[in-house]
Design a protein around this ligand. Structure first.
Ligand code: ATP
Length: 201
């Protein structure tokens, strides 16, 4: 059985930044968000089923899913949301497994933004690693990065698991409440521990 890490954290917590540091040390990364995007990009495996179920108006001129239109359609429409998830989730899952099986690193890190919310991940990864930072810091970073208003960021965060709920399932935590410079030594320390644990698998 492969040694696997599920890496998560709230919006703007620093998941991508931290995952890339692990990648530099040789860990294999499987990014579930990137997989979901690729599935709904032109030629993506989800495009035909989305066209069949929702109609051609949800596919743009380039052959990608029209994200804005789909977001508006599933907003407040649980039937449509579940239908979309029923198309995407099995495809995301099989592609995730395929990439993990093809990975050549000493261990695999799955980057899963909604790991805690989706439930199915807890217990599937050998360990869960949470990138943690105070909510105020998260809000400031996302406002800055995405040019959003405070209330917009707060609304996204309200739809995600709480900081406490995330920390409750974590075996490992990286503190990203400070500067970027605080990350490499935390990542090196965990990487050494993961190598040791992976060696016993
Ligand atoms: P999302 O869930 O939105 O994809 P994420 O958890 O992957 O976000 P990152 O994209 O790594 O988070 O970081 C969010 C933003 O905050 C980025 O603009 C990043 O450059 C910045 N950032 C991350 N860590 C720090 C830090 N310690 N100090 C300052 N800025 C940071």
């Amino acid at each position: 059985e492969r040694f696997t890490i599920g890496l998560t954290g709230g919006i703007g917590s620093g998941k991508t930044t931290v995952a890339n540091l692990f990648g530099e040390l040789g860990a294999s990364l499987v990014d579930t968000d990137a997989i979901a995007h690729a599935l709904t990009a032109p030629q993506g495996l989800a495009i035909d089923p989305i066209r069949d179920y929702f109609g051609g108006e949800f596919i743009d001129a380039n052959g990608a899913m029209d994200r804005t239109r789909m977001r508006q359609h599933v907003f407040g429409n649980p039937t449509a949301r579940h239908a979309l998830e029923a198309i995407l989730h099995p495809l995301i899952r099989s592609e995730t497994v395929r990439e993990a099986e093809a990975a050549t690193g000493p261990y695999v890190i799955f980057v899963v933004p909604l790991l805690v919310e989706s439930g199915t991940w807890v217990g599937r990864a050998s360990r869960i690693l949470v990138v943690d930072c105070p909510e105020e810091v998260q809000i400031a970073r996302v406002m800055q990065r995405n040019g959003l208003q405070r209330a917009e960021v707060e609304a996204i965060m309200a739809a995600q698991a709480s900081r406490q709920a995330r920390l409750a399932v974590a075996q490992d935590v990286i503190d990203n409440g400070g500067s970027n410079a605080d990350l490499p030594h935390q990542v090196r320390e965990l990487h050494a521990r993961y190598l040791a644990l992976a060696g016993g698998h």
